[in-house]
Design a protein around this ligand. Structure first.
Ligand code: ZN
Length: 80
């Protein structure tokens, strides 16, 4: 099950939360739902694992770019 780390935008409290379904989490301190989701990965502190995380993010960005490109091609072929 995914455990996410959140930071509250209102009071700055940081906490980890096990997310079940699509329920909106709330700050345990002030109850605010203005939260910034941080990490969903296990806590790792080595530089090597940080680099792996970066390259994974880069791959994800490239995939997003490809999807956007395909969307545009579909749009153009549908509006010819
Ligand atoms: Zn809070």
């Amino acid at each position: 099950m995914p455990i996410y780390e959140y930071a509250c935008d209102d009071c700055g409290h940081e906490f980890e939360l096990l997310v079940l379904g699509s329920r909106t989490p709330a700050c345990k301190e002030c109850g605010s739902e203005a939260l910034t989701k941080k990490l969903s990965l296990p806590r790792v502190h080595s530089e090597a694992s940080r680099q792996r995380g970066l390259s994974a993010a880069r791959k994800r960005d490239q995939k997003l770019g490809t999807d956007r490109m395909q969307e545009r091609v579909e749009y153009e072929s549908n509006h010819d």
